[in-house]
Design a protein. Structure first.
Length: 460
């Protein structure tokens, strides 16, 4: 780490920053002891192969488990993490469902210590074992407090695609929240791995296409299956939490994981994360790992992986999750130029949404999105264009082939002549374009020039 962490250009949001709570009253449970024994086992595959020069940069406090939120902030400041989603551990399976390790109320209390850096990620697990309606009630309660992101840990409860959970998923979709799901293997018994295979998410994403799903740990070790699920469902995002330290200790392994994910879904639906559980070193390894990482040229050549650009890293570190949570990622939250306003104020909370309010809000939205037909070598295809006009300045988004293609720096004159350029994402990569045409009386008539030929764009 040879740079100023607040000048690297990477706004970092950690969706999985755990707080453990006071373990003293529950350490006697056999399940709790089993859980921590598994954590000891996880350390070996995580740090094996870590270079000595990295290990020498760790300070003693980073290797000591802490329940103090100040320790989280200390690590965030050291490694340039702007925002942490504070996520309490439930793990009721370890106590015979007699008690939780840490409550959502405890997490909320921690968030209040630094509301400009912390937001709450309520853990609504288990759902089935405590009653679906009870889980829905608690989700609505935290949404009313401003929560935008939630976690469901199925290994302590039931299958992700258990039909009894459908009312919960439906309400989460209506509320517009981001729902994080543990995917792949449980890692820590007594949690059951059979409850969290990635293919189960396929059923949920199919029946709730507007539910924003973040799959923690990329479904490891079933990353190929997870990629296939995300490929077919644009509402599924892949999260690198727990895996990023391999960028330091096993870079070729991490390159395969990230390279394949980019191949299947591109950099716009991949999210960074730490999965830290009281250790500052976990935040450090994840931060340094992606910041300094590049897919080896040998693997780019052998497997067709694309090189990792700074723009890719900006999206993965915080840009993609920032869009989902409505967080401005253009202004850093730490360092000398930090923005210090609260991330948890009433003005930014998600309202309780019903289908009727959605219909009403849609009717009141400004009509700056236009249906268009785009000519391609494969025939005419439907798309949408969103235009934002500020004087003579023009920006917006082209929605084409299930991709969002933002552009800035365009122009429009008093006669409605428009001009702008950017990149179109396609299944075979990005294609640069430059557009000239007109926007008159709410109608678009333009031509996009590309290396594949001219594409006519006309309002329908």
């Amino acid at each position: 780490m040879n740079h100023n962490v607040w000048e690297d250009g990477f706004f970092k949001i950690d969706p999985e920053c755990h707080i453990i709570g006071d373990m003293g009253p529950i350490n006697h449970f056999p399940g709790v002891q089993m859980w921590w024994n598994a954590i000891d086992g996880i350390m070996r595959p995580t740090i094996q192969g870590a270079p000595s020069e990295y290990m020498s940069t760790l300070e003693p406090w980073e290797l000591q488990k802490s329940t103090d939120p100040e320790n989280i902030l200390r690590a965030m400041d050291k490694y340039g993490v702007d925002v942490a989603c504070i996520l309490p551990e439930s793990m009721m399976d370890t106590t015979g469902y007699s008690s939780r390790w840490c409550t959502n109320g405890d997490a909320w209390k921690a968030v209040q210590t630094h509301p400009d850096r912390f937001i709450i990620n309520p853990n609504i697990s288990p759902i089935k074992k405590r009653g679906v309606q009870n889980a829905i009630w608690e989700m609505e309660y935290w949404v009313d407090k401003g929560a935008k992101i939630f976690k469901y840990y199925s290994p302590e409860d039931t299958y992700i695609n258990d039909p009894e959970l459908w009312p919960f998923y439906k309400r989460a979709e209506e509320l517009g929240v981001v729902l994080c799901l543990h995917a792949g293997f449980s890692w820590v018994p007594p949690g059951k791995s059979k409850y969290c295979y990635p293919t189960q998410i396929d059923d949920v994403a199919r029946d709730f296409p507007n539910l924003k799903i973040v799959a923690f740990h990329m479904g490891y070790p079933f990353t190929d299956a997870m990629n296939m699920v995300a490929l077919g469902h644009p509402n599924v995002y892949l999260c690198l939490s727990l895996l990023v330290p391999w960028a330091i200790s096993a870079p070729y392994k991490f390159a395969h994981i990230l390279g394949e994910a980019i191949r299947f879904v591109g950099p716009d639906r991949i999210i960074w994360g730490t999965d830290s559980a009281g250790y500052g070193a976990q935040i450090g390894a994840a931060s340094i790992g992606l910041t300094d990482f590049q897919i080896p040229e040998e693997l780019q050549w052998k497997y067709g992986y694309l090189p990792l650009s700074d723009e890719d890293k900006r999206k993965i570190f915080g840009g993609n999750l920032g869009k989902l949570l409505g967080i401005d990622t253009t202004k850093r939250r730490g360092g000398p130029n930090a923005v210090t306003d609260s991330l948890n104020n009433h003005a930014t909370k998600i309202p309780l949404i019903t289908p009727k309010t959605q219909e009403k809000e849609a009717s009141q939205m400004p009509k700056n999105e236009y249906d268009v037909s785009i000519s391609t070598p494969m025939g005419d295809m439907d798309g949408k264009v969103n235009l934002n006009i500020d004087g003579n300045a023009l920006s917006g988004t082209i929605f084409f082939m299930k991709n969002e293609n933002e552009f800035t720096g365009g122009s429009i004159d008093e006669n409605g002549n428009i001009s702008f350029k950017g990149d179109l994402k396609t299944p075979v990569g990005k294609i640069a374009y430059s557009i000239d045409g007109t926007f008159v009386d709410g109608k678009i008539d333009a031509v996009a020039k590309t290396k594949m030929g001219d594409l006519a764009i006309k309002s329908k």
